[in-house]
Ligand binder design. Structure first.
Ligand code: MN
Length: 737
């Protein structure tokens, strides 16, 4: 076939499915490419234009794509391999076509090395993501198919490399896009070069049996055909032998020889509607014996890539099992041509795209049910409506990053040590700023230095991935503790100032432990460090502390008065001082020179009226009243420099309370009924008992701790005398300290 004839075949093919195509432009594209590639030869020695023509033929024949795609297929190598430019193609044809050509060239430029599975999956995703227009990947797959068909002229090394790439990357993409026919051909052609012996074995065995197979298929087809005609079901039926790679995989996976492969033959019945699919299934099961467990309803539950059909395997008349696939015409088109079929429907369908570019794919996929389908929808969305970007390391490894990622994200994705030592970055060999947004297919190189200062705090705002941000935060937490403390402290102080709180209020030793509990840190320093590296915020810290600080501030006001009063000269040496100016008392206590002061009785010595007492101005909790003989109010304590000025004179007033809780301790020789007798003694004195706690010592004594309420010292003394009379009681004391 001459080049001219081949071009005419292309026009004819396009006219067959798209009579309204722009044939003038298609011819112009052909002529432009022919001229641009003039003088170039393929490895086979043929003129180069043969290749773009053949690719356009595949795009038309297999995928039935629009005029733009045909033109782009004809032009697909001109930007890469000839002096023609993007601008030129855009001007002569259209910017869209120039973009399609540029897109295909970009995919061509990517170098693949054999990688582990994860890398392969990333490469596939990257190819799809890079093909912003789905037609780019469709043309690219057609390009690859033609190159595989003509691989015999390449060197054995190149054959192997391209075949591996096809098997690992392009065939799975074709499968993912639902294009079964192209996938099979890509797989078979790859197998031919990857395992020539295995491939030959299958092909030759199949060809030996071909007559036998043909006869069997003919017979079976006629049986099905005539029964369906009898039933009046409109249909097309045809059979095929499974393609070599699918047989190869079964032989390999199941360790079987060709004769043992269960379903070497497959028949396909294409009908008009879904109802007929199930009718045909009934007919098939009536003619042949179905093999149990082999029926699958992919109409009810479509496959993840959108595939729909009924599958069943039955036993043929002469003991040969075969598979039957039953589907509607539409299901068939989608199964064979996948996404491309949808593209075609969209083109011919109602009103030219008011909807978004891939809206149709999205809707199609979203209408499908089943968990598998959902997974597919997700992966396809990720692929096509991308929130990911794929870039290369200088070694050719693919890194998968969130869209909008920067060299910072890339560096931390490689390793935190790379990120922490980064001093700069190159993208496609050019130095870029660290906030440079990476694009699909970029080759990114990170420049590091041992003397790098480490990440800057701004990086946290630039980084897109949470991985990078958390690694940066980690660094600040570990490496810059001192700096964090300084920074954390200054933002904490700024926030305090903003809220009108002084640092002294926070560091007050009476209040600080409560505040630290509120923010869950062991010390202020640790809190500063956390604020410094961003693990905690100054705003949060202050807002959590505020309640407690306000409470302390109110208290401090009262204390301030107390301190002022205490500062006045005290007639310490004269117990008979003149009656205090103020006689108002709280809980029966008169605090010298002070009204309405919060008073509490210390737990250590539980004073009762009549005891000599002394007061201590606490920070935050008013005046604490101790017995004068309490060890906590000893002279040394009263003279201690940090407490001077806080001790003050207090006296019992006349308006004391009904009763005061206090504690007694009795040391006894342990005996039967001791506690009973103590209780009896207590009851004769009309004492209100709050609690009794007795413990026996190993040497036969018992310590009895009594918490009681008494009116005053004299009632208490009477009670103690009574207890002393109980047999076995050796000593009764008022514990203190
Ligand atoms: Mn090409």
């Amino acid at each position: 076939m001459t080049i001219q004839e081949q071009y005419e075949l292309l026009e004819k093919t396009v006219r067959g499915y798209n009579p309204a195509a722009d044939f003038a432009q298609i011819r112009a594209a052909f002529e432009f490419a022919d001229k641009a590639h003039d003088g170039q030869k393929r490895k086979s020695g043929e003129p180069y234009i043969i290749h773009p023509l053949a690719v356009a033929q595949i795009v038309a024949e297999e995928l039935k794509l629009d005029s733009e795609s045909i033109e782009a297929a004809l032009l697909h190598d001109v930007i890469e391999d000839t002096p023609a430019t993007h601008e030129e193609v855009a001007r002569l044809f259209s910017p869209t076509i120039a973009d399609l050509v540029e897109g295909v060239s970009k995919l061509t430029r990517i170098q693949y090395a054999t990688k582990e599975d994860e890398q392969m999956e990333n490469l596939r995703k990257m190819l799809i993501a890079m093909s912003k227009d789905i037609r780019v990947i469709l043309i690219k797959i057609s390009d690859r198919l033609h190159n595989m068909r003509t691989m015999e002229y390449q060197s054995p090394a190149k054959q192997k490399q391209k075949s591996l790439e096809t098997m690992e990357i392009y065939a799975p993409i074709a499968h993912r896009l639902g294009m079964q026919r192209m996938k099979w051909e890509l797989e078979d052609l790859s197998l031919k070069y990857l395992d020539p012996v295995g491939y030959e074995e299958i092909v030759s065995k199949l060809s030996v049996k071909q007559k036998e197979h043909d006869a069997f298929m003919q017979r079976t087809q006629e049986q099905i055909d005539s029964r369906l005609n009898d039933m009046g079901i409109q249909h097309i039926v045809y059979g095929r032998v499974k393609h070599p790679y699918s047989i190869y995989r079964k032989m390999f996976n199941q360790n079987k020889n060709l004769g043992e492969i269960f379903d070497l033959f497959a028949f396909r019945v294409v009908v008009e509607n879904v109802g007929d699919c199930y009718n045909v299934l009934g007919v098939i099961h009536d003619i042949y014996k179905p093999i149990l467990g082999r029926f699958k309803d992919y109409i009810g539950t479509p496959k993840p890539n959108g595939y729909q059909s009924l599958h069943t395997t039955v036993m043929g008349s002469d003991g040969i099992p075969f598979e039957v696939q039953i589907r509607t015409r539409e299901m068939h088109e989608i199964a064979e041509y996948g996404v491309a079929a949808h593209w075609k429907y969209k083109q011919n369908g109602q009103g030219a795209g008011t909807e978004g570019k891939y809206e149709w794919v999205r809707r199609l996929l979203e209408n499908q049910e089943g968990a598998d389908a959902e997974d597919y929808i997700h992966s396809l969305k990720v692929d096509m409506f991308s929130d990911e970007v794929f870039v290369f390391t200088p070694n050719g490894d693919v890194q998968n990053l969130p869209a909008g990622a920067t060299p910072i994200d890339f560096a931390y994705a490689i390793h935190s040590a790379v990120g922490n030592r980064m001093v700069g970055a190159k993208v496609n060999n050019r130095i870029v700023t660290l906030d440079h947004v990476l694009k699909n297919g970029d080759i990114v190189e990170i420049m590091t230095s041992k003397n790098a200062k480490g990440p800057s705090r701004d990086w946290m705002k630039i980084a897109k991935s949470s991985e990078a941000r958390s690694k940066i935060r980690q660094w600040f937490k570990k490496e810059r503790r001192d700096e964090n403390i300084v920074n954390g402290r200054s933002s904490f102080e700024a926030e305090l100032k903003h809220c009108g709180i002084t640092m002294r209020e926070v560091t007050d030793p009476e209040v600080l432990p409560t505040l630290l509990k509120k923010v869950s840190f062991a010390s202020l320093e640790e809190m500063y460090a956390a604020i410094g590296y961003g693990g905690f915020s100054a705003q949060k810290a202050v807002s959590r502390m505020q309640g407690e600080l306000q409470r302390a501030a109110r208290q401090r006001q009262a204390e301030q008065q107390a301190l002022e009063a205490a500062a006045e000269p005290k007639p310490k040496e004269e117990p008979h001082a003149a009656a205090p100016k103020h006689v108002k008392s709280e809980q029966g206590i008169i605090v010298e020179g002070l009204d309405n002061c919060l008073v509490k009785f210390s737990k250590c010595c539980t004073p009762v009226p009549g005891d000599d007492i002394v007061g201590f101005i606490t920070r935050g909790y008013g005046v604490s009243v101790h017995r004068a003989d309490c060890p906590n109010a000893s002279l040394e304590k009263r003279m201690a420099p940090d407490q001077s000025g806080r001790w003050l004179k207090v006296t019992w007033g006349t308006d004391t309370n009904e009763s005061y809780p206090t504690i007694l301790e009795a040391v006894c020789k342990d005996r039967v009924n001791l506690l009973l007798d103590i209780s009896a003694a207590l009851s004769t004195t009309n004492t209100f008992v709050l609690g009794v706690n007795t413990r026996s010592t190993e040497d036969g004594f018992a310590i009895c701790r009594l918490e009681v309420r008494v009116r005053d010292g004299s009632q208490l003394t009477a009670l103690m005398n009574k207890l002393n009379q109980v047999s076995g009681v050796l000593k009764v004391t008022r514990p203190a300290g």
